[in-house]
Ligand binder design. Structure first.
Ligand SMILES: [Zn+2]
Ligand SMILES: [Zn+2]
Length: 481
């Protein structure tokens, strides 16, 4: 982003216009004699001994990176993931859904262009859209367990992701087995297929391609430390969590010397300390020890909150305790209530054992940029009425391929209801009637050379692909060195 746009963001357009119209704005001050080098240094570097001093809670390597447009905020669509960077965004942060906090989901983007969704709770998909992620970019979903606050958005992603360009890659879902097959991830997906049967057939009047294909990767939940995914230099391992019922897992992703852990839900466990050891970003869930006060705010009776925490969850004290064993470069907690009355207490409880870098992975939109040198956490600015990103396509073959729809209205709808549709000539005013597209306009796959696409489509629909290719080239050159 140019300096001008960055400045406009900060100052705001209205201020800009105000300044531009005020007298004297355009006049540079007269040239004066330069101050002495000594004076300049004393003023510009005043208060900073040497290069930099240790600032309060800021730890070594915890600082913004130079390419960030703002050190405080992340504006979706204004920064690219750097070739050697891992970017983690909290797209849903609470088990209790409410407008400011959707159900849990964590989005991990890597410099090699790969992305990974860890859990996809109810409502979280809205934050992906607000963060300018095209739904057809999301093809790898890792579920920690099958509480609905961790996968509620999955049917929406599958249906609408297919509709809007998810034609060329199947959806891949990774998740644990249960103690018996009926409680495993594969069975849940089977149930989802049944639940979305009508929707799927209805949306089959649109291009589909591989959109309805799902690859389920159900792993044995008991296989602690097992590898569930290994491609393109990325490795994801898992281990068991104690979450009242068999079939809850934690994940660790390793790539390019960087590591991310999301434990999912569960009681603090020796397995977490073992498998997350030394990870760069360690994320666990957290429940504050304020069940009586919280019951007045959140409406959960204290005994119910107490019982739920003590059988299912990680108290804040325990979160800090485990973090101290893991010793990450950054410790974060999510799946937590984000309320002002809780904030200080949460920090105090975590700090009982963990003295290192710590941030809330809440509310929704918190973004973490991680490189080997630096980590920085910012508030993402997710608009209520965002400009959604165009579907993203891989144009390596120089073509946009739009698959022929599997069905048509004639095949799945009675003629009678279409006959009852009001004649468009009756409601379009004179001269305002578009060419209606009531039948799919071609009778086979539509194959368009990329050059024939209008510039705006070529630019917007190929943006992720171009960025991925550029980053991969840089990574390859690094590898050659
Ligand atoms: Zn949960
Ligand atoms: Zn749960």
């Amino acid at each position: 982003m140019t300096n001008y746009r960055r400045w406009a963001f900060t100052v705001g357009l209205s201020t800009l216009l105000l300044l531009a119209s005020s007298p004297g704005f355009a006049q540079a001050p007269p040239v004066q004699k330069l101050s002495s080098e000594e004076d300049i240094r004393a003023a510009l570097f005043g208060g900073v001994p040497g290069d930099r001093w240790k600032e309060g809670l800021l730890f070594e390597g915890i600082r913004p990176s130079p390419w960030m447009n703002s050190a405080a905020n992340w504006f979706p669509g204004t920064e690219e993931v750097q070739p050697n960077e891992m970017r983690v965004t909290f797209m849903g942060t609470s088990p209790m859904i409410r407008p400011g906090q959707m159900n849990t989901s964590i989005y991990v983007e890597l410099g090699n262009g790969d992305n990974f969704v860890f859990d996809l709770g109810e409502g979280a998909i809205a934050n992906y859209i607000a963060a300018r992620v095209a739904l057809n970019e999301l093809k790898r979903v890792f579920l920690t367990h099958l509480h609905v606050d961790h996968f509620g958005s999955l049917p929406y992603l599958w249906m609408f992701g297919t509709w809007n360009g998810g034609w060329h890659e199947r959806l891949r879902i990774f998740g644990p087995s249960g103690r018996t097959p009926e409680y495993g991830t594969a069975k849940m997906v089977e149930g989802m297929k049944m639940m979305t049967g009508w929707h799927q057939d209805a949306f089959s009047v649109f291009p589909v391609g591989k959109g309805w294909d799902i690859e389920v990767n159900e792993f044995d939940f008991r296989d602690d430390g097992g590898v569930v995914y290994e491609e393109n230099g990325v490795k994801v391992t898992h281990w068991r969590r104690s979450h009242a019922k068999d079939g809850a897992s934690a994940y660790r992703l390793d790539w390019n010397g960087l590591c991310f852990v999301w434990t999912g839900d569960g009681r603090p466990s020796a397995l977490d300390a073992k498998y997350a050891k030394g990870c760069d970003l360690y994320v666990t869930e957290l429940q504050q020890e304020l069940v009586e006060i919280s019951s007045g705010v959140q409406g959960v009776p204290p005994f119910l909150a107490r019982y739920t925490i003590d059988t299912h969850h990680t108290p804040a004290y325990a979160a800090g305790y485990v973090a101290n064993q893991v010793q990450p470069r950054m410790f974060m907690t999510t799946h937590m209530s984000f309320d002002p009355y809780l904030a200080e207490e949460t920090v105090a409880e975590v700090r009982e054992f963990w003295k290192g870098p710590y941030h809330f992975g809440a509310p929704d939109g918190i973004v973490v940029n991680i490189t080997k040198e630096q980590i920085w956490v910012r508030e993402g600015i997710l608009p209520d009425f965002p400009n959604a990103r165009s579907p993203q396509f891989d144009f390596t073959n120089g073509q946009l391929i739009v698959p022929y729809p599997p069905t048509s209205r004639q095949e799945i709808q009675e003629q009678y209801v279409r006959d009852q549709e009001i004649d468009p000539d009756l409601y379009y005013p004179e001269g305002f009637k578009p060419d209606l597209l009531q039948d799919w306009p071609v009778d086979s796959d539509l194959v368009v050379p990329v050059e024939a696409l209008p510039d705006n489509l070529k630019e917007s629909m190929g943006a992720a692909w171009r960025h991925r290719e550029a980053n991969r080239k840089i990574l390859e050159e690094q590898g050659d060195n």
